[in-house]
Design a protein around this ligand. Structure first.
Ligand code: OSB
Ligand code: MG
Length: 361
């Protein structure tokens, strides 16, 4: 058995700006497992800086190499692996990188495409777009382009003081088309009047307006505005989802397998949410083609009822590290039908973008 970890750095076609910062490159940890003639790959969704969550590439590389790799034993099922690492507090993104690697490995050894191995698949993912912050003109133009190229929903990034004019202009530019906003925790409950003033734009939901630890204030906000609340950063587990839904903090959840510790937990959240009448969709973290394939497989599951943020690879990178990037047609992306994630690594390109690599096993 061999396990290799590497850091890649890929320039993005358009830098991606949110309320917490601006990304010009996707700097990602890629894991490659070789065993019994099977090669599996996964990606850790951490970034260079701990802005979206407390984890970053350095903490993830450390947690994986120094605390998690020894638990891989003889390649347990993903859920078993997660039970075996429950003594390590937090670090969901680091754990998810190995959990997903095990999903790829096991579905490849069963000769099944991951999206079918996971459960009941619809056979395609519904696709929306997440547009980073930029001038009002540029965001409006990109929102209209996205609508015209077939995306099923447009999401725009907002932050304090940069919301009214932007949302108003995008709304009048795209007309009556599903639109949402994502604040990445930039507001506080004291900003309620500003957030309430967005009600008039008929947003399908408002994503993570308040702090990640604050489901209590999200519940208060939800009672006082009409726009449904969607939680992203606040939901790290099925338990978080149950509590948030039960206290009325959200009507929608953005599931990111990396944030919640992998695909097993993602499926549990999706089931629980749907049982309770909460909508779910699959988000993204600007993943390379490796991580993207997991998101697309999950987003194809029957439990996922809203369009996600899983745009085709070509929206992010001029050249990806996979030979079979996803294509979008009519707002849909079909997951790969070959075993596992179905990703075929472009080894030459992978080497070109590699900053360092290290053998872990
Ligand atoms: O909040 O959903 C988010 C990207 C990086 C970090 C957080 C988020 C995002 C996105 C982009 O919105 C989703 C994507 O296109 O991958
Ligand atoms: Mg978000």
């Amino acid at each position: 058995m061999k396990l290799q970890m590497r850091m890649v750095s890929m320039p993005m076609i358009t830098p991606f700006e949110t309320s917490f910062g601006r990304e010009t490159h996707r700097n990602a940890l890629i894991l490659t497992l070789q065993h019994d003639g099977i090669i599996a790959n996964s990606e850790c969704v951490t970034d260079r800086d701990p802005h979206y969550s407390y984890e970053d590439n350095t903490t993830a590389a450390h947690i994986i190499s120094d605390h998690l790799v020894t638990r891989l034993g003889n390649l347990p099922e993903p859920e078993e692996f997660m039970e075996s690492v429950s003594d390590v507090k937090g670090h969901n993104m680091a754990k998810a990188a190995l959990e997903m690697l095990l999903w790829d490995y096991h579905s490849r050894s069963e000769n099944m495409p991951l999206h079918r191995y996971l459960g009941k698949s619809r056979g395609y993912a519904l696709v929306g777009v997440s547009i980073g912050m930029d001038s009002v003109d540029n965001v409006s133009k990109r929102a209209l382009d996205a609508k015209n190229s077939g995306y099923l929903r447009v999401k725009i990034k907002i932050k304090k003081g940069r919301e009214k004019e932007l949302v108003s202009r995008v709304r009048s530019t795209i007309g009556d088309f599903p639109l949402s906003v994502d604040a990445n925790t930039d507001y506080r409950i004291t900003d309620i009047d500003t957030l309430k003033s967005l009600d008039e734009y008929g947003l399908v939901y408002m994503e993570q307006p308040l702090e990640h630890t604050d489901i209590v204030d999200h519940a208060e906000l939800a009672r006082r505005i009409r726009t449904p609340i969607c939680l992203d950063e606040s939901i790290l587990s099925e338990e978080d989802a149950r509590k948030a839904i039960d206290i009325g903090a959200c009507k929608v959840i953005n599931i990111k397998p990396g944030r919640v510790g992998g695909l097993s937990e993602s499926m549990k959240i999706a089931k629980k949410a749907r049982e309770k009448g909460c909508h779910v969709w699959v988000g993204g973290m600007l993943e390379t083609g490796v991580g993207r394939a997991y998101n697309v497989a999950l987003a194809s599951n029957d439990l996922i009822d809203y369009p996600g943020d899983t745009s085709p690879n070509s929206r992010y990178f001029h050249r990806d590290i996979v030979k079979n990037p996803f294509k979008m047609e009519g707002g849909r992306i079909r997951p790969n039908e070959n075993p596992g994630t179905g990703v075929e690594i472009d080894l030459e390109e992978l080497e070109k973008v590699t900053l360092w690599k290290k053998d872990l096993i």
